[in-house]
Design a protein around this ligand. Structure first.
Ligand code: NDP
Length: 291
């Protein structure tokens, strides 16, 4: 069994990005990323902190905007409009989920699609479906694909089963796997799928993105499958100094012995998501006309 090391692959991606950042610097361009957080969700705060830190490490211009939970939809839309117009900013990300009084899809639609480095704007969703490479692809599924490539896993003609149909992970993952050049045969499962184990056991490549801690066990996985575990779940653990630990959607212990390759949690998909965000931000800066 190969344990796919997301931290190592992400470090390689970051090295590639450094070269692109240096090329942009020679043109007088510094990629700029604005990360907006509304409210004080601790997991969101941690994600925003690590995105801001990684951007700064790479020499990007990084703008972190932390707004109180009471921020209105109009205030947030005004900030997005300012960032759309700010020439220092090439990428804008509003951390999900916002507080319940904010209409997330209205915020996503307000972001200039050329600065939508999360790849959530309808224009970028359409470009992914159209296989138009000028769009932005959501970071987590893009990271999963890169992990498969880095581990040397062939996808053409393979049966990939994606468990989860969210716009952030499941759907774009399925589109990426089926597009020309990747060429997997894709099945998407969700909470209404009947007899999930019978479906997932057909997978040569199983992508777990359902948000249920340790849900997929040995009975869901065929011998020799490749498993990519997108899940990040906190479960309480009194033995851990923080009182909790992170686990995936896959029960690593029972599943790993059956697999040809598997990603751990943490240290699998997580670090790739941030690396891909940086890559998208650099792509946005590269696409900006000079002057
Ligand atoms: P969502 O809650 O938006 O979507 C979960 C999906 O899983 C839904 O489509 C849901 O089906 C499906 N599902 C739920 N329960 C079952 C079940 N019992 N059987 C089959 N399908 C089920 O989650 P996200 O897509 O945003 O995230 C998924 C996981 O990935 C989470 O653990 C999240 O924390 C993690 N994540 C990790 C990232 C990373 O960087 N590694 C980034 C983003 C997310 P239905 O549509 O029918 O409700």
């Amino acid at each position: 069994m190969v344990r796919i090391d997301g931290t190592a692959v992400a470090a390689k991606v970051i090295d590639e990005i450094k070269v692109r950042v240096a090329t942009l610097a020679a043109r007088g361009v510094t990629p700029g990323l604005a990360v907006v957080l509304v409210g004080d969700n601790p997991a969101s705060r941690a994600y925003v902190r690590s995105k801001d830190k990684k951007a700064a490490e790479l020499g990007l211009f990084s703008l972190k905007k932390e707004l109180p939970t009471t921020t209105s939809q109009d205030e947030l839309l005004r900030l997005v409009a300012e960032l759309n117009a700010d020439p220092r900013i090439h990428g804008i990300l509003v951390q999900s989920p916002p507080p319940p009084h904010i209409d997330e899809s209205a915020i996503v639609r307000a972001i200039d699609p050329r600065k939508d480095v999360d790849g959530f704007h309808p224009e970028n969703v359409a470009k992914l479906a159209l296989e138009d490479p000028t769009g932005f692809v959501p970071c987590t599924p893009l990271g999963c694909l890169r992990l498969l490539e880095a581990a040397g896993i062939a996808t053409a003609g393979k049966h990939a089963v994606v468990v989860g149909r969210s716009m952030i992970v499941g759907k774009p993952m399925a589109l990426l796997l089926m597009r020309r050049g990747t060429d997997a045969t894709v099945t998407i499962a969700h909470s209404r799928t009947r007899d999930l184990p019978a479906i997932t056991r057909q997978a040569d490549i199983l992508i777990a993105a359902l948000g249920k801690p340790l849900f997929l066990t040995a009975e869901h996985v065929k011998e020799g499958a490749v498993v990519i575990d997108v899940g990040i779940n906190r479960i309480s653990d009194s033995a851990h100094p923080k009182g909790y630990r992170l686990v995936g959607d896959v029960d690593f212990e029972s599943v790993a012995p059956r697999c040809a390759a598997i990603t751990p949690v943490p240290g699998g998909v997580g670090p790739m998501t941030i690396a891909m965000l940086m890559q998208n931000c650099v792509q946005a800066a590269e696409a900006t006309p000079a002057g």
